[in-house]
Design a protein around this ligand. Sequence first.
Ligand code: CA
Ligand code: CA
Length: 199
Amino acid sequence: MYRLLAPVAALAAAAALATPAAAALVVDSNSIGAAVVVATSGNVIARYEGADAGLISELYLWSPQGQFDSLIFSNDDSFAEGTEVDLGAYDAGLELIFKLVTSQGDVFYSGSFLRNPDGAYHAAASTDGGRTYVGFEDLAAQNGATTDGDYNDLVFSFSNTRSVADPGGVPEPSTWALMIAGFGGAGAMLRRRRQLVAA
Ligand SMILES: [Ca+2]
Ligand SMILES: [Ca+2]
């Protein structure tokens, strides 16, 4: 009898972990990679909205550094949904950049894919009813393409913020080719300049 109880308890724990994320987060091509920007000068309050993830992840405010440098939320069961944290006061228009540290040791940032070691977007942000909802993706991408992309592995929201779509949007393969060609061209130009200076 007891042997049967243990798996049932394990299943119940797994179900509790798989709490569906808040419906207010929209995951689409506008929200993936969008920046979180302070709406009006003043305090920003963060609220834990939930998670649907296999990994444990921790959320930090990365920039501006030093303003709020401790853990904001984790998706382990130590934070109840609805928990609020005052992140302090910021100037209007400032981008707040968030850092996710996963139990696999990966570190990902909100906003531009250029911040992430795998070259992929790891957060979606959308504004609804005066709040900005943000969801992180905790799995590393391979070759720039996300392997999961549900962006609900740690979901939180902020007062006094708005989401601003990344002007680049999701890069298409042709865009990548142009960018790589562009980087190569810039490098060649620098090399030529250096040779001219040396000559
Ligand atoms: Ca998930
Ligand atoms: Ca995921």
